[in-house]
Ligand binder design. Structure first.
Ligand code: PFF
Length: 467
């Protein structure tokens, strides 16, 4: 394995605590918070779901996030190199590193396509394309975008170039600098949209939709959904937090920093829901699920309310910025591998990853047009198959292995050293959670995800040779 010139250079570190928190929160806060969380909360029983979700963040997500940051900070390496450094002999334990970098690669390819849609909508919002149009014309704009592979590829390229422009600058001058600019803007935009939502006539209905607990709607499936989402939203299992942890100073209180990141992530998800639903209800529309909520319902709302033009620009910029800081972390997780393990320059690594992730994103951009009807896993398009592999399998498998490794195999004294600044109670509580609670919870998610995809039946069929 080539470690060439990397041993000579001191590792780049975040310049400040705030820089790390904003960069890590930037990774965590993404399309998952602003688009997905609000509608899955609404669908799964509002307040009851939010409660379960908060528990999942606190007792499963946060401990795994701490574990990933600890692994990174302790080894000062990329996700693959970190496991190689921790376990030079038991090579089996390198697996989670590889899986998480592979997941980062796959997700960065299609995340950029969806982020490209948000850029397309920023552009449409600036051009004031929604005002004066009928609801069906606005809804048709999204179908037209999906049917246009060239347009999607164009915005995918622009988005990827923006991300690469940030990561090529390095840890402090690229990621940290831009997180310090974009995250405060994101917070201001979201706060304005949130206040707008709370002042609208649908505020009450929106609050009820998100928070009134309807335990009848809370099925075992929703609990799994909450767990899976807690994982995705905190950017776990995708090498991002290991990599960001590797740039974290040893003097930093890792527990306090992780808690802040998780709190910011959760607060922003809740605020996003309260920015969106009240205005949807204020014009008497349904809170649709899926891409339709953001790309069809919301523009219709903006075309009908006062100040809609400015609000729509703010809203889509918010989404684009959130996606940008998330995709940066996915790219950095891969770039760090080539820099640390292969001795590549940052420029070469950035360019290579950029070209690869962009190319693999193209079939996603073509999924609903040129490649319509071409299926990969089951009846799924390329996009859905890539998402299925990454979010449903790679991510929980990596998370499970990380929890098992850290909970059962990593040296307790090294772990204690990483957590000592958090206070005496932190290590025992965290250790118990990461040893028992987190692996069990993630294993459960994984089991049901596999079940959902019909894989158990498929395997039984394969090995049972029967019906
Ligand atoms: N946490 C991001 C979101 O909620 O949209 C998605 C994400 C980014 C997942 C980076 C994983 C990751 F490494």
């Amino acid at each position: 394995m080539a470690h060439k010139n990397t041993a000579l250079k001191p590792r780049a570190l975040w310049a400040s605590r705030l820089g790390f928190i904003l960069a890590a929160a930037g990774s965590a806060v993404g399309l998952g918070n602003i688009w997905k969380f609000p509608y899955i909360a609404g669908e799964n029983g509002g307040g009851a779901f939010v409660l379960v979700y908060l528990l999942c963040i606190a007792f499963v997500g946060l401990p795994i996030m701490m574990a990933e940051l600890m692994i990174g900070r302790h080894t000062r390496k990329d996700a693959v190199g970190a496991f190689v450094a921790l376990e030079p002999k038991r090579r089996w334990w390198h697996t989670p590193g590889w899986i998480s970098v592979a997941a980062a690669f796959l997700i960065s390819s299609y995340y950029s396509v969806v982020a490209g849609w948000t850029l397309d909508y920023v552009f449409r919002a600036i051009m004031d394309s929604f005002s004066g149009e009928s609801a069906s014309a606005i809804e048709g704009m999204f179908s037209a975008l999906l049917a246009d592979g060239g347009r999607q590829s164009f915005w995918h390229l622009i988005f990827m170039l923006l991300c690469l422009g940030v990561v090529v600058g390095g840890v402090q001058k690229g990621i940290e600098r831009w997180s310090k600019i974009l995250m405060p803007i994101l917070l201001v935009l979201l706060t304005l949209l949130f206040v707008n939502g709370m002042l609208s006539s649908g505020a009450r209905q929106g609050l009820e939709f998100m928070f009134r607990p309807d335990f009848a709607k809370l099925t075992p499936g929703s609990v799994l959904e909450a767990l899976g989402h807690a994982f995705f939203t905190l950017s776990l299992g995708m090498a991002a937090m290991i990599t960001y942890g590797s740039y974290l100073s040893r003097n930093e209180n890792l527990f306090a920093a992780s808690t802040r990141v998780a709190l910011l992530d959760t607060t922003i998800a809740l605020m996003a829901g309260l920015a969106i639903f009240p205005i949807v209800f204020s014009v008497g529309l349904e809170a649709a699920a899926g891409p339709g909520l953001i790309f069809q319902t919301i523009p219709v709302v903006f075309s009908q309310i006062g100040g809609g033009h400015v609000l729509s620009i703010m809203f889509f910029l918010l989404l684009a910025f959130a996606a940008l800081t998330s995709n940066i972390s996915l790219l950095e997780a891969q770039i760090a591998y080539f820099i640390d393990e292969r001795g590549w320059s940052r420029k070469k690594a950035t360019l290579t990853i950029g070209i690869l992730a962009f190319s693999v994103g193209i079939p996603t951009a073509l999924s609903y047009n040129v490649m319509d009807g071409i299926t990969f896993i089951g009846e799924r398009s390329f996009f859905d198959s890539a998402d299925l592999i990454a979010s449903n399998y790679l991510l929980p498998i990596a998370g499970l292995l990380i929890a098992i490794y850290v909970g059962w195999f990593w040296s307790g004294s090294e772990e204690k050293e990483e957590l000592v600044s958090g206070g005496a109670w932190v290590y025992p509580v965290w250790h118990w959670l990461i040893r028992y609670v987190a692996p069990l919870a993630v294993a459960l998610v994984l089991y049901f995800k596999i079940d959902e995809a019909g894989l158990w039946a498929y395997l039984a069929h394969l090995f049972g040779g029967g019906a």
